[in-house]
Design a protein around this ligand. Structure first.
Ligand code: S2G
Ligand code: ZN
Length: 461
């Protein structure tokens, strides 16, 4: 699907009238960076890329596309991992990074209004400068945007303490398929006046509305941080530690698990040396953060864990970042090895160790030579299974993994969303009645099916 569909001249002129000549991009070179996703697995041709500068301009663009029946793919930082942020069949790509207004922080309510195009890193810095914290944190923070993380209900490393992005959402401004604008940004903590549209749009992946701004709830800063990297025998041991410390340690901020094949790849890619002389069966990165120094509590709690074989402890920022690098560099190191099939699954904590122990052999049986690298947010039961080896369009390994997850009572998508990539397996995690209800909502809000078509439900929808 490589030809660039031509837009009707009148439509192109109307889009230029709305966004201005400079922000309607139909030069193939300039459009290219909007047309391929971060993993390079998903790519398509946009009919044009439009970069509106305000909610009103987004509304006007949607109104033009709605009347002309032209589908639209909304795009924030294009760090999405399920093929939902790049064109598939000649859609108009709506680049939202120019919506980068960031309001003053209301220190009474600890809330802030942010445009959809504000990056997570800039929002985090804005909150920190006011002595507060925006707690959604993920490796793509420099590019991921407020709008995109709402659309995917992004999780990241602190979900076990603060919840995913939807937990931050106290108000939203969004444009519907027909160009109408819904806006409720007052930030009232209690407002039980009918359907909660902000929560409906969170996680809807651009299929129900285009998020243009949000009112976000910040939390108290946690200036003191203690980080431990542990080597344990296996996933069971890691889960035993998780169960123990989530009750004995008050300021638990993150618990991440990963394995030596991932660490080897990270060391190869970043020229780091492995953290321990003897590779453990499983690595566990535990971080506590609070208003007082949590180091002693963490050390004492871990001293009660016989499962700990090796440990590295860090209280200064540089050492902490070095320990985090082993975990956070997984994604870029895997990407450097090839084009991965990126799975992102949740398992009940009771079946997670069984899953981890069997998934590798299942993948190897399905696609000889395929290499599954596992890592993720153990505290949420969320493992990322990145599979190197299968061709981008070879779904055999994905099928085996997602069916195994479903058989163990898990979810085929923990935090990345369904997008285009996981749509064929949605039925493994959602019932027919669920899917019918979701389609009814989709039909009600986007009867013409122009918002991110193919996402969540697949292209035959
Ligand atoms: C993470 C990033 C995406 C991936 O690092 O927690 O969400 O699977 C992932 O590489
Ligand atoms: Zn993740």
């Amino acid at each position: 699907v490589n030809e660039r569909p031509r837009l009707d001249a009148a439509v192109l002129a109307a889009l230029r009238a709305v966004a201005g000549e400079a922000h309607v991009i139909d030069d193939p070179e300039l459009a290219a960076s909007y047309e391929t996703d971060w993993t390079r697995r998903f790519s398509g041709r946009a009919s044009v890329v439009v970069r509106p500068g305000s909610t009103a301009e987004v509304a006007a663009v949607l109104s033009v596309c709605h009347d002309a029946g032209i589908p639209v793919v909304p795009q924030g930082g294009n760090t999405g991992l399920v093929g939902a942020s790049v064109p598939r069949r000649g859609e108009v790509v709506l680049g939202l990074t120019r919506l980068d207004g960031l309001g003053d922080i209301d220190t009474v309510s600890a809330q802030v209004t942010a445009g959809a195009g504000v990056t997570i890193a800039r929002l985090q810095d804005h909150a920190t400068a006011a002595g507060l914290l925006y707690p959604v944190d993920l490796a793509s923070r420099e590019s991921a945007t407020v709008g995109g993380t709402i659309a995917t209900n992004a999780g990241g490393i602190r979900v076990l303490r603060y919840g995913p992005t939807r937990a931050r959402l106290v108000g939203i401004e969004a444009v519907l398929a027909d160009g109408s604008i819904v806006s409720r940004m007052g930030g009232l903590t209690k407002d039980n006046s009918g359907y909660e549209l902000a929560q409906l749009f969170a996680g809807s992946e651009g299929t129900l509305a285009i998020v243009t701004a949000a009112r976000l709830q910040l939390v108290r800063a946690t200036p003191h941080r203690a980080t431990a990297l542990l080597g344990v025998a296996d996933t069971e041991a890691a889960l035993a530690i998780l169960q123990r410390i989530r009750h004995s340690v008050t300021d638990l901020d993150a618990i991440e698990a990963f394995y030596h094949d991932g660490v080897e790849m990270v060391c190869r890619h970043t020229s780091a040396t492995p953290p321990f002389a003897t590779p453990p069966g499983c690595y566990l990165l535990v971080e506590c953060a609070g208003r007082e120094d949590p180091s002693e509590r963490l050390v004492n709690a871990l001293a009660e864990c016989p499962e700990v074989i090796e440990s590295a402890f860090a209280t200064d920022r540089a050492q902490q970042q070095q320990l985090w690098r082993y975990r956070e560099a997984h994604t870029e190191s895997i990407n450097a090895e090839g084009i991965p099939h990126k799975l992102d699954v949740t398992l009940p904590l009771t079946t997670l160790a069984e899953f981890e122990a069997t998934v590798r052999e299942r993948v190897a049986a399905a696609v000889p030579g395929a290499r599954p690298i596992l890592f993720g947010h153990l505290g949420d039961g969320n493992l990322h299974v990145n599979i190197l080896g299968p061709a981008p369009d070879d779904d055999r390994a994905t099928d085996v993994v997602l069916r195994l997850v479903a058989s163990l009572g898990g979810s085929i998508s923990a935090e990345h969303g369904i997008g285009i990539a996981k749509a064929p397996w949605l039925h493994l995690t959602r019932s027919e009645a669920d899917i019918a209800a979701m389609r009814a909502i989709k039909r009600a809000l986007d009867p013409g099916g122009i918002l991110n078509p193919g996402v969540i439900f697949g292209h035959d929808a």
